[in-house]
Design a binder for this molecule. Structure first.
Ligand code: SF4
Length: 464
């Protein structure tokens, strides 16, 4: 309903060396990752080599209950929340994917998107491979299994698979005896390791470690294969990451910068940088680049709020609430018909008349995609009595589609691809509009050990 880029997926895994209820810990971890995908959810547990699983369409509390969780007993677990980018939103595409091969059962959870999925799928189909779902994660699993039959272990099989697949992937793979966590060489999507007592967990974001009582250990390095088993966790010596210096890593890796700006939760740390601090910093830089004379700074809930606070801190303009979000508009919300488009935003976000009336307002948001929601928000604020609306965006104009796991409209629908900021301001009906520069967005996540992908702003795709 809102004009936003769509989140991708989240993964979680745990190897139990104490007496934890792995399925329940996985459930708590996935709860904290729900913002990364709301279409389907699943948990698979390994009980002495037998994989039990439950997955379905819906949010975590809709899909799981006590009875199901009590049934999922085992020594290790992996879980997944999904928003579909490749493959349609159907139950068959829910993850983890569970398969049986010659040496036992396997389960895989994938966050990301392969750019050579079509070619790989055709190649595998020509060789007689049968696919049960339409997502690219099944391709990865097929390749791992094939390579496992040729190599002596899963680590080597994954290295071979990584040589073949191109694109973004953070993976959790559950084998009969271990969990393997894998991150692609460019590190597009985050992945980190935590500790819970003597047990270890892996998660897309550190906020999920907090949710299940684990403490952060470190990030999985881009190009690294990490093994969780009865001995704890270790990094596979043959991992690509072992051949990279910190300087090379900073220069060559491509963590999605939108993870900091919009997708990840503010209480997460990604590769050494706080998401919250990155958003504050982006707001401060936004003021330096695009100051405004105004009476009030407000943010678009939720992801624009922190950058708005940064803008207010730098500008010394009072920060306040100007838009109220209805938190009960869920996936099943029936959209108003064509003639009532205005309503669809008003039902989700409404202006706080008492705060904005008679004021010059700076409205901060994280991005503009098509521009439709921004236009309606400006209208809502003006109808509530705002004298002026100055829009500030804590990212550059989105001008190119993403191929690495983020759902973006075709380029023809991206307003930033075809219009100048002045033209967009005119269309939105606001007094002024300013976007954060490409230089600043990469500098906002202070202390990041990874470099950033900015392809949706520049068209410079790191891998095609
Ligand atoms: S193209 Fe944009 S959304 Fe996609 S990974 Fe790169 S920065 Fe993220």
């Amino acid at each position: 309903m809102m004009d936003k880029l769509k989140d991708e997926c989240g993964v979680f895994g745990m190897f139990n060396r104490d007496d934890h209820d792995v399925a329940r810990n996985c459930y708590y971890g996935l709860y904290a990752l729900q913002h990364r995908g709301q279409e389907s959810v699943g948990i698979a547990v390994n009980d002495e080599g037998t994989i039990l699983y439950h997955k379905d369409m819906g949010l975590l509390p809709e899909v799981f209950n006590d009875v199901i969780l009590n049934h999922l007993k085992g020594k290790m677990a992996i879980g997944h929340v999904r928003y579909s980018t490749t493959g349609s939103s159907i139950r068959e595409n829910a993850q983890p994917i569970v398969v049986k091969y010659k040496k036992g059962q396997l389960a895989l959870g994938h966050n990301g998107n392969l750019v050579n999925a079509k070619e790989l799928r055709e190649e595998l189909e020509e060789q007689g491979t049968i696919f049960q779902c339409t997502n690219d994660s099944e391709i990865i699993l097929n390749l791992i299994v094939r390579n496992r039959m040729l190599c002596g272990n899963f680590e080597e099989a994954i290295v071979k698979t990584m040589e073949k697949i191109k694109g973004a992937y953070s993976l959790v793979l559950m084998t009969p005896r271990r969990i393997l966590a894998v991150r692609d060489r460019l590190g597009f999507r985050p992945l980190c390791i935590g500790r819970l007592g003597n047990s270890y967990v892996v998660s897309s974001e550190s906020c999920a470690l907090d949710a299940c009582g684990a403490t952060f250990v470190r990030d999985v390095e881009p190009g690294e294969i990490v093994i969780l088993d009865g001995d704890g966790f270790k990094s596979f010596e043959g991992s690509f990451s072992h051949r990279v210096t910190p300087e090379e890593k900073l220069k060559n890796t491509k963590l999605c910068v939108f993870e900091h700006i919009y997708f990840s939760r503010p209480d997460s740390f990604l590769d050494g940088a706080s998401v919250y601090r990155a958003r504050i910093e982006a707001g401060k830089m936004l003021f330096k680049e695009h100051p405004a004379e105004a009476d009030l700074v407000i943010g678009v809930p939720d992801s624009g709020l922190t950058a708005a606070l940064g803008y207010a801190q730098a500008s010394k303009i009072p920060y306040g609430q100007g838009l109220i979000k209805n938190r009960y508009v869920g996936r099943t919300f029936i959209k108003p018909e064509q003639g009532q488009r205005e309503l669809s935003v008003k039902i989700k976000l409404n202006a706080l008349k008492s705060e904005v009336e008679g004021k010059r307002v700076v409205l901060v948001d994280d991005s503009i995609v098509r521009g439709t929601t921004s236009k309606r928000l400006v209208t809502i604020l003006k109808e509530a009595g705002a004298l002026e609306v100055h829009m500030r965006i804590s990212s550059p104009p989105v001008s190119y589609p993403c191929f690495y796991g983020i759902d973006t409209p075709n380029r023809e629908h991206l307003i930033g691809a075809w219009k100048t900021p002045a033209e967009i301001a005119n269309i939105l009906g606001c007094e002024s509009l300013g976007f954060l520069s490409i230089e600043s967005i990469s500098n906002a996540p202070k202390g990041s050990s990874c470099g950033f992908c900015n392809a949706c702003f520049t068209g410079n795709y790191p891998i095609l």
